[in-house]
Structures are given as C-alpha cells and as structure tokens.
Design a protein. Structure first.
Length: 229
C-alpha cells in the first residue's frame, strides 16, 4: 500500500469502495420498507467507529485489533499504550447503516426505529362501563358529592379541646357540690338528732307529769270510795 500523510489516511476512502485490511466487517441492521429488519455486510471505518481501532504510536494510522504491525510505517502496534482502544467484540448496532459504506443490496432510506413508549402510570385498562368507582376516578370522572346526614362524626381540634375543658369543669363542679351536700347533710343530721333528743326529754317530762297526776286522781278516787262505804 502506498505511503500517505497521516492527516489524509481516510480522506481517499470517502465516496469509494476501496477498503484496506484495517477496517472491520460488521453486520448492521437495516430496516426495510415493509418494516422488516435485514442485516447487511458493511465496512466499519475509523471515521464512523474510532473506538473499534488501534492507532499506531508512530504515525497514528488506525488498525483493526487483529493486525499487529502498522501497514504504513511497519511499527509494532503497542496494544497496551494509552492511545489504543480495547478490543471490543463487534456487536450490530441498532442504527441504520450508511449506504455510502455498505456493500449490500439497494439503497434503503434512513428511518428512525420506533421506540416503544412505557405505559403511563396509574392507567387501568378496564371496561369503560365498569362500576368500579376507583377506575372512574382514575379515568378523570369526579365522584358525586356525598349527602350530609346531619351528624358530625369528628370535631376540629380547637372545638374538641374546648369540649374537653368544659367536661373537666363540670366534673370539678360536681365534686364541689357533692362535698357541700355531704357537709350540709352531716350538719342537718346532727341538728335533727339534737331536736329528737330534746323532744324525747320533753316527752319524758310530760309522761312523768301525767303519771303523777294520774296517781293523785287515783288516790282521791279510792278515798271517796272508802268514805261512801
């Protein structure tokens, strides 16, 4: 192969089918008009895929990893240098190949492969006539407003605190009233007991007087009976 300047290594290759030994051969998928994918044998050049080639340390000529000696200057390729690329396995890419470098069949217009969109979140594919309220809400239907039953099941925080304070106040009032009633009841009981004691004393005095009067009358009656005899 003729010696060429390093900066024009691949300029002559563009637009031609003359390919040296250094480029690699790959099978690239090409989407046909009918939607099918056909794999065509294509030349992969360093211009398109520089990561698949190793550059010469002397003249920077790119080579396929299977080549050990530079085709221009004959320098042994240093496979462990900083400038070389690792020998990666050739894998067919998912992009359409450039017909400029392909040796396959007829020209196929470039088309972007359709990407499958991920399903949207919170989407339920159900019967639109289903009675499931959750599915209706997720499809955008607003639920009907609930009718008020007139019963309050929960109080706000401030109102609940107020009710709790009122209940505590009522309990304290009940305790005070109970203590007061107990004190009043004890005082009333003592007063009633004193009244009863005084009444018993008076009744005893009255009974004694009655007995005395009855005894005097009985003696007078006996004296009259004796005198009448």
């Amino acid at each position: 192969m003729a010696q060429q300047p390093a900066q024009h290594h691949w300029a002559w290759l563009l637009g031609t089918r003359q390919v040296p030994k250094s480029p690699s051969i790959a099978y690239l998928p090409v989407r046909q008009v009918d939607g099918t994918v056909a794999y065509q044998q294509c030349w992969i050049t360093p211009t398109d895929h520089p990561e698949r080639f190793i550059n010469c340390s002397a003249c920077s000529y790119p080579h396929h990893p299977s080549i050990a000696t530079c085709q221009l200057c004959g320098t042994q390729l240093d496979r462990h240098s900083d400038t070389e690329k690792p020998n990666r396995p050739e894998q067919p890419s998912l992009t359409d190949s450039d017909p400029q470098h392909s040796t396959g069949s007829k020209h196929v217009p470039r088309r972007s492969m359709p990407t499958e969109k991920p399903p949207k979140k919170h989407v339920r594919f159900e019967d639109p006539h289903s009675e499931d309220p959750l599915s209706k809400v997720q499809r955008g239907h607003k639920p009907a407003p609930k009718r008020s039953t007139g019963k309050k099941t929960a109080y706000p925080t401030t109102e609940a605190a107020k009710i709790w304070r009122d209940m505590e106040q009522v309990e304290m009032n009940l305790e005070r009233v109970t203590e007061k009633l107990e004190r009043n009841g004890q005082r009333i009981t003592e007063q009633v007991e004193r009244e009863l004691e005084s009444i018993r004393e008076r009744l005893e005095k009255i009974g004694q007087r009655i007995r005395e009067l009855a005894g005097l009358d009985g003696q007078r009656v006996r004296n009259q009976i004796q005198r009448s005899r």
